[in-house]
Design a protein around this ligand. Structure first.
Ligand code: NAD
Length: 379
């Protein structure tokens, strides 16, 4: 039986970057592409137009019978008049996260030296490179804590939310952070606010415990130890800008991860370069069940013009191979091909150096041409 991938391209630039992504994945997989079947289904605005729902029942059932979901992006002005819970993003992504218990969001942020012009930080800060994996807990914390709401009246009227974490929620994300770091630079920085919040004192204790047990197991298996340090979230927000090269894996709860992952994403230069993976607590055969998608949205203002950068979508496909199917070698070949294409000057509009004088202006290429450049660099 081939591995089944649900392909949900969605709206705006989704279909154009997805088609390039599938083309690159097929080329990178070579003979192994016969092991996969990619099946399309409607989602987001397209789902609303075709079936009256952002997440149609047939789409959910395809996802349930698949080993992973490759997602494009959803949303656009056409559906903005709908009530919030019927809109493409809330109506499709949130139910998928809940249904599949997608508890961990991974955002790898890499800054290529060749694209330093796209990054707002000074060159001397960026010269040591940036390669950070932001790992955000996605299904717990203050966004889901109870009670949450409003009550009272007059001067006593109030709004409230609850920050809470259970041991199992911290343990599973900490375990993933340690496993991820062990395949990278063996360093986890846990972000908390243990100087103020009880839930974060508990977070820190559980993370320390988990790292101790993990490192004892590594020692027995004669594998490398993973270093752990802790930063308060306010300090972490500063350090990411002051010395981004100091980080390997950043482990965050839901609220802090939401903010820190967006802050870190600007280091990559363009949303068009940033993939993400949301992993499920359910395993699927060789790896995690997961939903893989670009960090950006449907970019409606450039949709249909073939100027969108397909790299975030292609890197999302590489993450799918690595985390759902343990195909880390093929994933690395795709990443290297992307870096080679950039090194050789391939630029979509979002990553072109616009500060150059008109005569030296970097030539920009289309979405499809970027895919072709990347395919040429696959070794
Ligand atoms: P956006 O991410 O779509 O666009 C922000 C900026 O980044 C725009 O300038 C856009 O042109 C640029 N950009 C994004 N991806 C790019 C790419 N691949 N190549 C080149 N440039 C790229 O965010 P927005 O404008 O706030 O939202 C537009 C729509 O997308 C809204 O309907 C929003 O609800 C939706 N959205 C969807 C998701 C998702 O599907 N996960 C996430 C965020 C926003």
């Amino acid at each position: 039986m081939p591995h089944r991938i649900a392909v949900l391209s969605g709206d705006g630039i989704g279909p154009e970057v997805m088609s390039v992504c599938l083309d690159v994945l097929e080329a990178a997989l070579g003979d192994k592409s016969a092991l996969f079947s990619f099946e399309e289904a409607a989602v987001g605005g397209v789902g609303i137009d075709k079936c009256g729902k952002a997440l149609p029942a047939e789409t959910l059932s395809l996802c349930e019978s698949s080993d992973a979901i490759l997602f494009g992006s959803v949303g656009g002005p056409k559906w903005e008049h709908l009530p919030p819970d019927k809109q493409p993003e809330r109506g499709a992504l949130l139910p998928l996260r809940k249904h599949f218990d997608l508890f961990a969001n991974m955002r790898p942020v890499k800054a290529y030296p060749e694209l330093s012009h796209s990054c707002p930080l000074r060159e001397e800060i960026m010269q040591d490179g940036v390669d950070i994996m932001v790992l955000r807990e996605l299904t717990g914390g203050i966004y889901f804590g109870n009670p949450s709401g409003r009550d009272g009246e007059g001067q006593n009227e109030r709004g409230f939310d609850t920050m809470e974490y259970h041991r199992y929620e911290i343990e599973r994300i900490a375990q993933l952070a340690l496993e991820t770091a062990s395949k990278r630079k063996q360093h986890v920085t846990s972000v908390d606010k243990a100087n103020v919040l009880s839930s974060m004192v508990f977070w820190r204790e559980v993370v320390i415990d988990k790292a101790r047990v993990y490192n004892e197991e590594q020692k027995i298996a004669k594998k490398m130890k993973v270093e752990l340090n802790h930063l308060y979230v306010d300090n972490a927000a500063m350090q990411i800008i002051l010395a981004p090269h100091n980080f390997d894996v950043l482990l965050c709860g839901n609220l802090f991860g939401d903010i820190i992952s967006d802050e870190a994403s600007i280091l990559g230069g363009s949303l068009g370069m940033l993939p993400s993976a949301s992993l499920s607590s359910h395993k699927s055969g060789e790896g995690y069940f997961g939903l893989y998608e670009p960090a950006g949205g449907s970019a409606p203002e450039i949709a249909g013009k073939s100027v969108a950068n397909p790299i975030a979508q292609i890197l999302s496909g590489a993450l799918l191979l690595a985390h759902s199917f343990n195909m880390t070698e093929t994933a690395s070949r795709i990443e290297n091909a992307i870096h080679e294409a950039i090194r050789s000057g391939a630029r979509t509009n979002d990553i072109a150096n616009k500060k150059l004088f008109t005569k030296d202006k970097e030539e920009t290429i289309s979405t499809i041409e970027m895919g072709q450049e990347i395919k040429l660099k696959l070794t």
